[in-house]
Design a protein around this ligand. Structure first.
Ligand code: AMO
Length: 430
């Protein structure tokens, strides 16, 4: 055997091209079984897992980093369809403790708090990492689609002087003795950057001091933002989001079949066109079809679920845009008409809101009026208001909550498992 060939690392997913040959694998000891004369070690690398068959070896603790040399044989019963008959096992970094939960046995009904407590190692589990890989492809596709449409990526501050979204969910920080906040969204800055590039996007964490622990709220989440100038109305913004999500769906179908299979989730599909239903009409549909009385000025979570069900059954789409929210349901920057409705929308996916968006106010006097009518002060917004003296075009945009979309795509019940290290009401580590 050629020494050079032995030294070159082969990945688990590449074994099919090396049947009958001796290969070198590197990875983590995912699981081990010692049956006396014969031993099994499942090795996990970035591409997948491989069963290695050994004898008379000292098997290291699970999650140790190892190197295995051996011959590749076809084995229909082994994961991936091949196994390696190992002649050598070398431990590169020995685990000194077993993981607190057995990663290959982790089911999603294991206590979620325990899984999150030990997330630094449980996140190595095949499903956990699959969710994060799907999210990585999703974000990559978001970038690709927007870049193709002429958008430029921007990077805006996460330490800010005022909250953009209103509400009480601002994290306050001490900024050298002055009061500052963690950004709730890049909203105001992405608008300012429309004056620079016309079309911009950002993929960055944002912060919400949500007091309540729910399955859909994080205190830090990944916001996929876009904003574009020279629009005619919010319809143009929805057109862009539709195009982006169509590309995301295409990429997930091409690149993430294995990840979806691990979750037993169907690969996503995308409608020819996402239905656009005004809020008032959506409320009427939900009430008349399901007898659900919608309280409040928005759709409640149950109404969102029912509307999605209606759209799935009658219009064949997992997505639905709900449009034309009243001013009271939207932030101060939302472009409004004199009838009290805004040029805004939410996008629901399989029963949950994954996006808010709309056209923004681009006229300084209208913006001041909006703040005034809400009883908001201009304090903290001075720098933002200034830009409207400098010819801001009609513009609008949207933001997708990356974890919500990832979780819904894969059927993950709690959005916390669509983030590597979630921050929730009680969790600051790991
Ligand atoms: P909004 O506040 O609706 O809009 O947020 C946009 C999207 O972000 C996601 N999201 C969250 N995900 C996890 N945990 C949370 N606590 C959380 N809060 C929101 C949701 C939501 O649809 N500036 C506007 C967007 C715009 O108009 O461009 C904004 O931030 O998926």
């Amino acid at each position: 055997m050629n020494e050079q060939a032995v030294q070159k690392r082969v990945l688990c997913a590449e074994l099919g091209a090396h049947v009958g040959q001796e290969v070198l694998l590197r990875g983590f000891a995912y699981s081990r079984r010692d049956l006396g004369g014969i031993q099994f070690l499942v090795l996990r690398d970035r591409s997948g897992v491989t069963q290695c068959v050994l004898s008379h070896q000292h098997l290291p603790l699970p999650e140790s980093s190892v190197e295995v040399v051996g011959k590749v044989v076809e084995q229909p019963r082994a994961p991936g369809g091949y196994e390696v008959q190992a002649t050598d096992l070398r431990v590169l970094s020995a685990a000194t403790e077993p993981p607190p939960v057995e990663l290959p046995k982790v089911e999603w009904n294991a206590n979620p708090e325990t899984l999150l407590d030990y997330r630094y190692v449980t996140v190595r589990g095949l499903r956990d990492r699959a969710a994060l890989r799907v999210q990585a492809v999703l974000v990559e596709a978001f970038r690709e689609a927007l870049s193709t449409l002429g958008f430029t990526e921007i990077f805006t501050p996460k330490i800010v002087s005022a909250g953009a979204e209103g509400g009480a969910n601002l994290f306050e920080i001490d900024y050298f003795g002055r009061r500052a906040y963690l950004a709730q969204s890049p909203q105001l800055y992405k608008q300012i950057m429309v004056g620079v590039f016309e079309r911009v996007f950002e993929t960055a964490p944002v912060y919400r001091a949500e007091e309540h622990a729910t399955s859909r709220h994080l205190n830090e989440y990944l916001s996929l933002d876009a904003e574009l100038g020279f629009i005619d109305s919010e319809e143009d913004v929805m057109d862009v989001e539709e195009e982006v999500l169509r590309h995301v769906t295409r990429r997930l179908r091409e690149d993430c079949a294995a990840e979806f299979a691990l979750f037993g989730a169907d690969l996503p599909d995308f409608p020819a066109r996402i239905p656009r239903i005004p809020l008032l009409e959506a409320r009427r549909l939900v009430t008349e079809t399901y007898g659900h009385a919608v309280g409040g000025k928005d759709l409640d979570p149950e109404a969102e679920r029912l509307l999605s069900q209606y759209v799935r059954e009658h219009l064949g789409s997992d997505y639905v845009f709900v449009t034309k929210y009243p001013r009271a349901a939207r932030p101060f920057y939302a472009y409004f008409e004199e009838d009290g409705l805004t040029r805004s929308f939410d996008l629901l996916y399989r029963g949950i809101e994954i996006t808010s968006g709309g056209q923004r106010i681009h006229d300084l006097e209208m913006l001041r009026r909006s703040l005034r009518e809400r009883g908001m002060s201009e304090e903290g917004f001075e720098g933002y208001l200034e830009v409207f003296k400098h010819g801001m075009p009609p513009h609008g945009g949207f933001a997708i909550g990356a974890e919500r979309l990832t979780a819904k795509l894969l059927g993950i019940q709690n959005v916390r498992f669509a983030r590597a290290f979630p921050r929730d009401r009680h969790r600051l580590t790991p």
